[in-house]
Design a protein around this ligand. Structure first.
Ligand SMILES: [Zn+2]
Length: 439
């Protein structure tokens, strides 16, 4: 079991990648509650998708409240104090060994235990934390997930919804959970698409049906009046469509105009615009001729323009993420070749000039970046042996605004990999009921 878990997390970590992005220039001054959803193209932290912490792959989930950061690592949720960066499990039980407990029968009794983070969702909204927990244990690949709501101290837990079978991604935005999922009918035939469920609970509503035979929905995110995702199939028959679902009209459209044989890559929100990449590759047998174009457009996809960045368009070892305010250029962790001790991470201004950079930076092939808020971004790095349990997991905070333009990472947590993946197996199927009953 343990070995299987390690393999799963290793795969998970390899898939992990930079998240989405925010929008600080238009932060609302009023703080609407979840019951006061405002429909506009301004970022409202209390009700909107925290796309700057969105990590649409597996392994880790992160969010922030006014007082703290919260991160779901392995099977445990930790609290990071915003002032001191003190790290602690979300558990106040006396004599609890938390993530250091190795006895299966005791480990899951820690209040910070939420099950392995397989479908990452950890969000702070309107005074509550929302988190996905797995109902079935990892022995099955057809897991089902519940969403639990609780106070930021872990008390007052309540299951608000059980996600439909086939859910592959989940975000929260303006009163709803939005799900990328396969949808089964009574005969168990599947179609796929985007569903939504009210945050207060209720039946799923299918708002978009996938258009590609054998396709899937990925990179689900939201900003303002729009839900964004890719409807795609990857493989010999490439077809990648960047979709924008308009919450006001209920219409979805493909918003990225790419020439034939050019793949639109994942898009980000920066400074109230869409920023994305177009990969010119498939008409070339020889990948040496491949290159990237970068574009910006309005939030509804209109006015798409290619932009010129002062970097090598053919260099496939770097990519871009956004924290909503700035773009960041960084070395793709799993890019072939390259020295793990010589990674790039640099902050760009609106003219794509470098305004802050690491003089030297190392990270391996398994790294997760949370672009974060105005002040900090976070790097979760797997260090040491990556295919065994001998390694360590380290989390770093990076001050985004150094006066001298020199970025530094500050270690805020280091733990043995044994404590990240403990291979806890629970008896019976009462896991979530138990998790929800605590606190
Ligand atoms: Zn504990």
């Amino acid at each position: 079991m343990k070995r299987v878990s390690i393999i799963i997390l290793a795969a998970v970590l390899c898939l992990s990648m930079a998240a989405c992005s925010p929008k600080e220039t238009q932060i609302s001054t009023s703080q609407p509650t979840a019951s006061e959803v405002v429909m506009d193209n301004v970022y409202h932290p209390e009700t909107d998708c925290h796309y700057m912490y969105r990590n649409s792959y597996f392994g880790f989930a992160m969010t922030e409240s006014p007082d703290a950061y919260y991160i779901h690592i392995g099977d445990t949720v930790y609290v990071i104090d915003k002032e001191t960066f003190t790290f602690s499990p979300l558990c106040g039980k006396p004599n609890c060994r938390h993530q250091n407990e190795t006895d299966n029968h005791l480990a899951y009794k820690c209040d910070a235990y939420f099950g392995v983070c397989q479908l990452p969702l950890l969000e702070y909204f309107d005074g509550y934390l929302y988190i996905t927990t797995t109902e079935t244990v990892i022995s099955s690949f057809s897991a089902q997930y519940n969403i639990i709501r609780m106070k930021p101290d872990g008390t007052q837990r309540k299951i608000v919804t059980t996600l439909p079978q086939g859910t592959e991604e989940c975000i929260m935005h303006r009163g709803y959970f939005y799900l990328a999922s396969k949808v089964y009918n009574k005969e168990m035939n599947a179609k796929y698409g985007v569903q939504r469920i009210p945050i207060s609970g209720g039946e799923p509503e299918l708002i978009y049906v996938g258009q590609i035979e054998g396709g899937q929905i990925s990179n689900l995110t939201a900003f303002g009046d729009y839900i964004y995702f890719q409807d795609q199939i990857i493989g010999p028959e490439y077809d990648i469509r960047t979709m924008c679902y308009n919450l006001k009209t209920g219409e979805a459209k493909n918003i990225v105009k790419a020439p034939e044989l050019v793949d639109p890559m994942r898009m980000y929100i920066v400074d109230g615009k869409i920023f994305g990449s177009l990969y010119h590759c498939r008409d070339q047998k020889n990948s040496e001729d491949a290159y990237y174009d970068r574009y910006i457009s309005e939030l509804d996809g209109s006015n798409q323009k290619i932009v010129e960045m002062p970097f090598d368009k053919k260099d496939a070892t770097w990519s871009i993420f956004s924290d909503g305010k700035n773009l960041w250029r960084y070395t793709i962790p799993w890019a072939p070749g390259g020295d793990p001790d010589q990674r790039i991470m640099e902050k760009l201004d609106s003219n794509y000039n470098v305004v802050a950079a690491f003089p030297e930076l190392s990270y391996g092939r398994s790294v997760t970046i949370f672009p974060g808020n105005d002040d900090y971004l976070f790097i979760v790095n797997q260090e040491g042996e990556t295919d065994t349990s001998d390694g360590e997991l380290a989390i770093y905070a990076v001050d985004k605004n150094p006066e001298d333009g020199i970025l530094k990472k500050t270690e805020i947590l280091r733990m043995d990999y044994d404590n990240v993946i403990r291979g806890i197996t629970l008896e019976g199927d009462e896991t979530d009921i138990y998790i929800a009953d605590r606190g």
